[in-house]
Write a protein that binds this ligand. Sequence first.
Ligand SMILES: C[S@@+](CC[C@H](N)C(=O)[O-])C[C@H]1O[C@@H](n2cnc3c(N)ncnc32)[C@H](O)[C@@H]1O
Length: 602
Amino acid sequence: MVARSVYAKITRATVDDRQGGSEVGPQEDVSNDNQHQCLSFYGFVIENANKKGGSLKSRIFGDKSLKSNKASIFALVTESTKWSPILKDVVEKSGILGLEKKLTPLLAILLTHDLLLSKKGVAAHADHVLRLAVTRHKARLNAEFTKIRVRRGFATVDAFRQHINDGHEQNDGDDSKEPEHPRWARINSVKTTLDEQLKSTFSSYEQKESLRDVMRAPASAKVLHVDENIPDLIALPPRADLTKNAAYQKGQLIIQDKASCFPAYLLNVQPEDGDIIDACAAPGNKTTHLAALVTKAAKARSQKPKQHIFACERDKERSKILQKMIETAHAARLITVKANQDFTRLDPQHAAEASTVGALLLDPSCSGSGIVGRDDAIKLVLPSTTSSSNAANEHTRGKKRKRSKPGATDDGSKSAANTTTTTVSVTEEEQDDPAASAAELQKRLAALAAFQLKIVTHAMAFARARKIAYSTCSVHAAENEHVVLRALASEVARRRGWRVLRRDEQVEGMKRWAVRGTREACESLVGVECGADRGVVAEACLRCEKGTEEGTMGFFVVGFVRDGEDGEEDEGDDEEMEGAAEGGVGDPEEEEEGDEWGGFSD
Ligand SMILES: C[S@@+](CC[C@H](N)C(=O)[O-])C[C@H]1O[C@@H](n2cnc3c(N)ncnc32)[C@H](O)[C@@H]1O
């Protein structure tokens, strides 16, 4: 029933788009056929027909009505979009949009992709109306595709495929443009070591001194860079596909942005710190990083890890993802998932964990304004419906053209980007809405900041806590430096002696990181008496900027420490915290998936 309505939606859109015509397609076929649902769903999710927010991945994986294998659908959609700059030309030159009224530009791209490039062919019954709409033009489409391939200088389809997989078309083929985001992979020290991986998985890779060389390399290049700030982290070329890599599949490698590795490393947990709470844990990148750090340190002492990690996650579905990631990372022995657990409802004085936890990692929901368009973000290029259908003429004219260098376009330019193109960007995460007014943004940031402050002050109330790492993937001072200053000014911080972890006290890689909190941000918050030198606070904070040669997303992290006595809490604290929890300063992004999850990656 749902499949039928989804199909109806896209089919109706197909017709309405073109000429407001009547319903087409044998719906009874579709409701019985997952493949048809899959076919129709391509369009449904990419065009976001249901106007649901969130990334393409979250829309596909979050759609409960979808019966087909979601991973395959996601793979099919991304595969088609990689080819779309080429297929746009094929479709336009073949003229099929002028001949087949049931095809939209989007469907034409998806179906042509399957017809020409997918091993399994078009995912629909042999007599399905949409399948027929492309298969009857197979010879023409094939001929146009071959012409483009040969003109571009690719001797075989495989060579062309390699070029596409290297991401040249998605980068508009212009290598002089801004470098793309590298693929960061963390070596999971619960299972393996950097050395082992360099000698096995990456034995045929060339180690580059400069990250820059890796960031500009094609996806298939066997080059890597060992990071100088975060231990056991390597950078691979943008778009490098690790999903088929055996080490990745075995949980020995975890795809995680460099910036996202800062909090667990900055926390620098020592055996005497006792247990650890990850307060906002799903999908679990930082939780599993904590487990890796604890394991590595224990191995260095020739001991088994003694510390335990408690991973709180308020959301039910995300708790399941967290559990799965922990198992994949072989860290279940070290981590207890507190599923559906609102961290602010965990009693900081009397919960079972309160007596053993000395360190907390806080990575609450935020605006996500630092998130970069992923290298696997989808840029779908659609053909024009008004493009000439002179392809047939051109086809029969059989004009001979010179072969050109691999990667060149039909007109000899370097890419296909100079065409009249409709580009649909489908980013992996929700980010600040550029259309939102300044007032709307301020309101949203104020709500987020109140929630984040509540998380920090709640952590500061934990009986034996001595270390906290607080982070966001936001670029806004309101969620970053301002939360830090307000937290320092809070009653609990003052009473218990919390202060920032100064730069000179930080672990080596973090001390060396050059980009610190902004002084202006620290000085711009007036009327808050934090009892600390704001210059020192700014210097204690670490920021990562997106789109730079450092290859990170936008990120913020700070450490808090305290040196006072344990266990001097009075009952008043509990009441204060309870009051805060009930006062409605909840996570304003409750429905949002604005974090770094992308499968078992950052
Ligand atoms: C930014 S994400 C965390 C990403 C995670 N640290 C990682 O690196 O993989 C924030 C998470 O916190 C959860 N969350 C929000 N408020 C919470 C609360 N009060 N208690 C526990 N979890 C919460 C959200 O559901 C979301 O999964």
